[in-house]
Design a protein around this ligand. Sequence first.
Ligand SMILES: [Mg+2]
Length: 137
Amino acid sequence: MRLILDLDHCLIFSSYSEIENLSSHGKRNYLFLYHRPGLSEFIRKIEKFRNIELVFYTSAKSEYAKWVVTTIDPKINYKLFTRSSTSKKFTEYGELYYKALSKLPLHQDMPTVVLDDRTDLWDPTGVHLIDIESMAW
Ligand SMILES: [Mg+2]
């Protein structure tokens, strides 16, 4: 099977202000990065299932996303898709980036589970969406 994981507000949270009494997992320019509690253990458990294809899919820009993934440091093989693999739409809330399995150069017929805090921005075709409570302070 395939597991697609969102980054921002799902696995990690980044902020320009440092959060008191919480150690960050990375700092880049003035941006502090925080992992969701238990993230490393979660990724390590996925690693044990050799038949899981791990994919990170974020509407963030590529350079930032690559940095975030290095702080998670998955030892297994993974694929990373970023903003250029989303569809941008202009709405009353500003620019929104929509995700879809069909936007990714992956086999479309593999059972695919998605963890994302914005499942409302997904095309549900071919994926099982699991809505994750948004990580924020
Ligand atoms: Mg998100």
